[in-house]
Design a protein around this ligand. Structure first.
Ligand SMILES: [Ca+2]
Ligand SMILES: [Ca+2]
Length: 240
């Protein structure tokens, strides 16, 4: 028994394909991650682990160590692994020295910085968070903080949404200045340093007229090809 092909289904194909293509373009514009840069220190170095950014330190290299980390503030399935462990150094030489993170915020606003931290009783206990709009001049943000003695489950969070100059800024930088260490081995661990923000809306891109014509003519060609194949396969009547 001859079964008449459902040509209505075939006729709907171009419209469905056009919708799929337009949805793909829309999705590709909207798929912007909120996390700009993450350091989890699990590979025991200062290189960024997710996203992009750089981390430098003015502490003596001998006092930049790595020790057991935490899942407090861990992202993207990161394990506890290692944490950065900073010591006071001989003569507490590292008091007043810093970690500096350079993280471009281009395309983002409402910048949020968070990390897990803990310290020993003779480690750095008066640490100042700072930000910079030009990567050179740093400004205190909030009061100095004292790390708890254990990582716990709640990270320190610095919400910088009120600092509009940090939005969409290729030169954005962030710093922790360490103070208060009273012994050479007194230490402060830091783990899962996360920089995140709200992705700025991307203007809708409307295809150039020539691009749209090429796209539609390509789809039209595909449509005709499928119709020919259908007709040949089933011997159905010509459609036009
Ligand atoms: Ca870690
Ligand atoms: Ca790393």
């Amino acid at each position: 028994m001859f079964i008449k092909p459902d040509y209505r289904l075939t006729r709907r194909l171009p419209f469905n394909l056009i919708c799929a293509v337009l949805l793909f373009f829309a999705a590709s514009q909207a798929a912007l991650a909120d996390e700009l840069a993450i350091w989890n220190f699990n590979d025991s170095d200062l290189n960024v682990d997710h996203g992009s950014g750089t981390l430098t330190s003015t502490l003596n290299v001998a006092n930049i160590l790595f020790a057991a980390g935490t899942t407090n503030n861990a992202r993207q399935g990161d394990i506890a692994g290692q944490a950065l462990s900073l010591q006071g150094g001989t003569g507490n030489a590292n008091n007043g020295r810093n970690l500096t993170f350079n993280v471009s915020t281009v395309g983002f606003s409402n910048i949020l910085v968070s990390f897990a931290t803990q310290g020993t009783s003779t480690g750095f206990n008066s640490n100042q968070f700072q930000y910079s709009l030009d990567g050179i001049n740093f400004v205190d943000f909030g009061s100095p903080y004292t790390p708890l003695t254990a990582f716990g489950t709640v990270p320190l969070v610095f919400s910088l949404s009120s600092i509009l100059g940090l939005n969409n800024n290729p030169n954005a930088a962030f710093r922790i200045v360490f103070n208060g260490a009273t012994t050479s081995t007194g230490n402060n661990r830091i783990d899962n340093v996360v920089f995140e923000g709200t992705s700025d809306p991307v203007p809708e891109t409307i295809p150039e007229p020539t691009t749209a014509i090429l796209l539609l003519s390509g789809l039209g060609g595909l449509y005709k090809l499928r119709r020919k194949r259908r007709t040949g396969d089933h011997g159905g009547p010509p459609l036009q």
